[in-house]
Structure formats: C-alpha cells, structure tokens
Ligand binder design. Structure first.
Ligand SMILES: [Fe+2]
Ligand SMILES: [Fe+2]
Length: 206
C-alpha cells in the first residue's frame, strides 16, 4: 500500500512539474506503417531492377537499384525513431506486389510515390507536428521529399522508354546514406540538399 501511495505521489509531482511524457501515438502509428511501406517499396524496386535488366534496360535498372536503396534508408530511419520512442520493432511486413513489364512497373512505381507524396506523408507529418514528435517529422520529411524526386525519375524514365531513348537516360545514380535523397549524375550536388552529407559518402550505382 505504501508503495502505491509513494508511486502516486511521485507521478503527481512529475505531472505537476510538467514531466509527464505522453507517447506520440499517431506518429508511432505512422512510423510503423511507413516502415512497412518503405520496406515493401524497397523489395519491389529491387525486383523491378531485375526485370529491367532482363529487358536490356540497364540505365532504368540502375535507377531502380538506387531507389530501392533509398527506400531501405527511409525504412531504417523510421525504425531508429521508433526505437528511440521506446517501441520494439521487428522484421518489416512486406506487402504483395506484381512484377510486370518495365513500362508497367514504372507506372505502378509512380502511382505508389504519388500516394505517399500527396496523401500518406503529409498526413503523417501533420500528426508529428501536432504531437511535437520532431524525430518522426524529420524522418517523414526526408522520405517525402525523396519520393517526390523518385516520382519525377519514374515519369522521365517512362518517357525515355516510350520515346526509344533509354540509352540516353542517366546511367549513374547516387543515394545519400543518411536521408535517402537520390540523384542522377546530372543533378549531383557536393552536399546533400536535404541533410548536408558530403558527396564522397553517397552510395553509387553505375
Ligand atoms: Fe521512393
Ligand atoms: Fe541526405
């Protein structure tokens, strides 16, 4: 009984002085969903890279390897934030996906990124802001800003493929290991636009 009274007193004092910690429930939900979503996207793009290679589309294959790597970085960043928030994170749940022709795969990939950029991440970021979950906000923002670029790459790849110009599509790709930001050789920067990481640390696909 004494113990209970003591616990209540300690809890009361902490609450009184503003030390009570409430978990950012919505942000945690979002981080878990995004962890699975990014892991699924990574697995899917790795398969899309294989399919492109089989079709002799080596530049598009390299792009998919780079975007697959970016999604793994996003998934790991979400996992790190979850762990910091005291959550136990197991292996990701990989969703189902189909591998078709590269033209179809590009359309599918673009749809996925569009959903994340226009619907999923803006909602998650709004929750993180409301809950003052800064780590979640940063991880969501890095992913969303990268996905915008991925969507653009996929649309350009599709246009190149349809126009018979795949050989002139960029064949060198770079991924920032910290935030997942993805660059083709033509848009490479000395420091990552999102997180400031030096170019020398980028992961190269060529
Ligand atoms: Fe992406
Ligand atoms: Fe970065």
């Amino acid at each position: 009984m004494k113990k209970i009274v003591l616990s209540l007193m300690v809890f009361g004092a902490f609450s009184l002085f503003g030390f009570s910690q409430t978990k950012p429930v919505k942000s945690i939900e979002g981080l878990k969903a995004a962890y699975n979503g990014e892991s699924t996207a990574s697995a899917k793009y790795a398969k899309f890279a294989e399919a492109a290679k089989k079709e002799g589309l080596n530049n598009i294959a390299k792009m998919f390897l780079a975007t697959s790597q970016a999604e793994t970085i996003h998934a790991n960043n979400h996992k790190k934030v979850l762990t910091k928030l005291g959550e136990t994170v197991g292996a990701p749940v990989i969703g189902n996906f189909d591998v078709k022709t590269t033209a179809e795969n590009l359309v599918d990939a673009s749809k996925g990124e569009s959903y994340e950029v226009t619907f999923m991440y803006p909602g998650f970021i709004a929750s993180a802001v409301a809950e003052k979950a800064d780590g979640a906000k940063k991880s969501f923002s890095w992913a969303m800003d990268t996905e915008k670029k991925h969507n653009d790459f996929y649309q350009k790849a599709l246009a190149a493929l349809k126009g018979g110009n795949e050989k002139t599509f960029p064949g060198e790709w770079y991924v920032c290991p910290v935030c997942g930001n993805t660059y083709d050789v033509g848009t490479l920067t000395n420091e990552c636009d999102f997180c400031g990481t030096q170019k020398a640390k980028y992961v190269i696909f060529k």
